[in-house]
Structure formats: C-alpha cells, structure tokens
Design a protein around this ligand. Structure first.
Ligand SMILES: NC(=O)c1ccc[n+]([C@@H]2O[C@H](COP(=O)([O-])OP(=O)(O)OC[C@H]3O[C@@H](n4cnc5c(N)ncnc54)[C@H](O)[C@@H]3O)[C@@H](O)[C@H]2O)c1
Length: 377
C-alpha cells in the first residue's frame, strides 16, 4: 500500500490497513520531499516520496490510497489507474461529476479494484440496519430524515482548503459531509436519490485565511488575510428517493456543540430505525404499539451476516476507526483474492457510487441556484 496525502485522514488509512495484518505499507507521498520524509518517519513507513508520481513509479506499491485535498483527486487517481494500480480514493471521488465519470470509465478499463471511502457503511449497526430494512423488519420505508452537523468552521478564524472552490470544489459542506449522509441513506435502504430541492447558505461570509494549511478540525489562530467565502457552510435539502419515498436532511459545519453528528432515521410502514454516529454502538428501533428499543452493539445480538463486523463483545465500545477498518478489510480481501477480482462487498462504495454522490451534490447546487426548484439527479 502507498498513501498519497498524509494529513488528517491519511494516517487513518495506514492504521486501518496495518490492522489487517497482511498489508505491507510501503510508502507515503507528500507535497514535498521534506514533508513526505517527516510523515514517513512519524508513521513508521519505510519510504517517503516528494511527489505522487515517484510513489506510482515504485513497483512495490500495488494499491494507492488517495487522501489528498479534493482538487488533486482526479489527477492522482487517474495516474494510478493508468499504471494499473488498485485505488482506494477518499471522498469525493473527484471535484466535478465530469471528472468522476471519467474515473469510472478509466477504472473499468484498468480492470483493478477501485473503491471510495464512504466509511460509515463499515459500522456494524449500520449494516444491521441495512439487513433489517432488507428483511422487512420495519415494513416499506416511506420517510428518511436526519442531519450531518459539525462545529469546526463556526468562527471566522476557522479555515480549511474546503472553503476554497479551487481546492475543494463548487460545494463545501454538502460535498464534504452531505455526500456521506446521502450515501448512507441510499446504502441502508437500497433506494437511490432521484430528485432534490436544496436551500443553501454561507453563514460565515468572510474568514481569516491563514498562511499555512490547517488540517480539518483544527481551530484557527486568527492570523492571515480576511477573504470572501463563496461556498456553503449550511444547507437543508428535501429529497425524493425511488418508489416515491420522501426524505430531508440538513448539513452544516457552523453548528455549535455538534462535533461529528451524523444521524439517519428510516421510518417504515411498521417501525422506524435510527443510527447516530456519536452514539454509534446503539441502534434505536421505534414502535407504535409497544415500547421502543435500543439495540446495543453486541455480536451475539446481531444478524449472522453482520456479526463479523463487530470485533469486541457487547459493552466494549467500537468506533469510527473500527468501522473504517471494516471497509478496508472488505476492499483488501477482494484485492487479495487474485485476478479476476471478485465483486466488491456491498459494504464498499464503488467509483459508480462516488460518481452518484458527485451528481447528487451538483443537483442540490443547481436546485438552490434555481431558487429551490425540484431537480433531477
Ligand atoms: N472519509 C472520511 O470520513 C474523510 C474524513 C476526512 C477527510 N476526508 C477526505 O480526505 C481528503 C483529505 O482530507 P484531509 O482532511 O485529510 O485533508 P488535509 O489537508 O488534512 O490532508 C491533505 C494532505 O495532502 C497533502 N498534499 C497536498 N498536496 C499534495 C500533493 N501534491 N501530493 C501529496 N500530498 C499532498 C497535504 O500536505 C496534507 O498533508 C479530502 O478529499 C477529504 O474529503 C474523508
């Protein structure tokens, strides 16, 4: 495995694949040789390269993990595919839908394993919810709702490359975290989002842009020039899924007290299910004619198809990094099985799923620009 971009999330890719026990972490590529060597030393990785091209030239690197800022996703992933390397791209797959579509085609031509890290799919209780919906436990879903709220961009002194359209893309909060909500809703129910109606806002319209590049979730220091912000930090979206199923969600990174507050609730003909990332060892099950339940993450209580994703007994909390590792295990198990590669586990988001996520965000932006018109994905 070789990692390009060892900022906030990159080291979690390394941590996750190391825990599999059969993956050799060969190299890290950074924005300069100095930074790459520093990151390699800090992460205990043998080689540090000052460019991603040098990492791609290394014959020992068979799987490339792309954890660079969004504006580099297309060029790094495309170059890796052209070398016949497997790719694990962090989300979004690309900065634009057109680029994402090209990557879908390039991956197909390359015939390699190509995955996107929509990592919340890897949580055992998310998988339990998915099985429960498919089994008909809650009846046919008719309403999906929830939110993904954070507070790390609340102040004008908070800054991230995500707020610069040249580096993050035309959308900020929707592309960054709204894409996770949409992917999760579609994954849990198997229903695709077909239409959206979006209302977007830029709450903090001017920010202090520091001279360095702060990592995600780091509070700003207040130095730097005041710049205009053109992308959204808050959005509310009405959603239509296939089969006439309705939904709505809000995203925002300016909501005090919400750290990584991803919530999905599915209401069906008989019952409801709710999963909240910040209480991720619990699945709420809502009934009309009897007391509501809270299913604790406990392998002995989970469906046998899901049990293997919980690695500790009940009462032993599992978290974000464990779910991330579950996704990596599915990707690398497929990869390790040899050519031709078996189909990826449904838990793993494909490049097609990544392209769909780009299209949904585009449709929400189009809808908002039209003053809140229903827009087809
Ligand atoms: N799946 C998730 O839950 C999740 C969480 C966080 C971030 N992400 C995604 O991961 C990506 C990275 O986000 P982050 O928060 O880690 O950002 P970050 O800014 O903390 O890290 C990006 C890293 O890439 C490096 N980099 C910049 N240019 C480079 C180049 N030319 N070659 C090699 N490295 C280069 C930077 O120096 C930095 O270390 C984004 O696309 C983001 O959407 C996903």
């Amino acid at each position: 495995m070789g990692l390009v971009g060892a900022g906030f999330v990159g080291p979690h890719h390394i941590d996750a694949v190391r825990r599999l026990g059969f993956v050799d972490v060969v190299a890290v590529a950074g924005s300069s040789e100095e930074s790459a060597l520093g990151k390699a030393a800090a992460l205990g990785v043998r080689k540090g390269y000052g460019s991603y091209q040098a990492l791609l030239d290394d014959p020992d690197v068979q799987v490339v993990h792309n954890a660079t800022p969004n504006h580099l996703h297309y060029e790094v992933t495309s170059a890796a595919l052209a070398r016949g390397k497997h790719v694990v791209s962090d989300k979004p797959l690309a900065m634009t839908s057109a680029q994402a579509k090209r990557l879908v085609n390039e991956a197909q031509r390359a015939g390699v394993v190509a995955a996107v890290t929509f990592n919340y799919r890897g949580n055992p209780l998310v998988q339990e919810a998915r099985v429960a919906v498919a089994r008909g436990d809650i009846g046919a879903p008719h309403f999906l709702h929830g939110h993904y709220l954070q507070d790390w961009l609340l102040r004008e002194t908070d800054y991230s490359w995500r707020l610069d359209p040249e580096k993050g893309g035309a959308s900020s909060a929707l592309g960054d975290i709204g894409s996770h909500w949409c992917d999760l809703a579609q994954h849990v129910t198997g229903l695709k989002i077909t239409h959206v109606l979006g209302d977007i806002a830029t709450v903090v319209q001017k920010r202090k842009k520091p001279s360095g590049s702060p990592e995600a979730f780091q509070a700003g220091t207040g130095d730097g020039e005041l710049v205009d912000i053109r992308v959204e930090d808050l959005a509310s979206v009405l959603v239509r899924f296939e089969n006439g199923v309705r939904g709505c969600f809000s995203v925002g990174q300016v909501c005090g007290g919400h750290k990584n507050d991803l919530v999905l609730e599915v209401c069906g003909a008989r019952a409801s299910l709710r999963w909240r990332q910040e209480d991720q060892n619990e699945l709420w099950i809502g009934h009309r004619d009897r007391a509501n339940e809270v299913l604790q993450k406990d392998p002995s209580l989970l469906d046998e198809r899901v049990r293997g994703y919980a690695h500790l007994p009940g009462g032993h909390q599992e978290a974000w990094a464990d779910a991330f590792c579950n996704v990596m295990r599915e990707i690398y198990t497929c990869n390790a099985a040899g050519q031709p590669y078996p189909a990826l586990s449904p838990m793993v988001a494909t490049f097609e799923d990544g392209f769909r996520a780009n299209r949904i965000v585009d449709a929400i932006l189009e809808s908002a620009a039209d003053g809140g018109a229903w827009t087809r994905v």
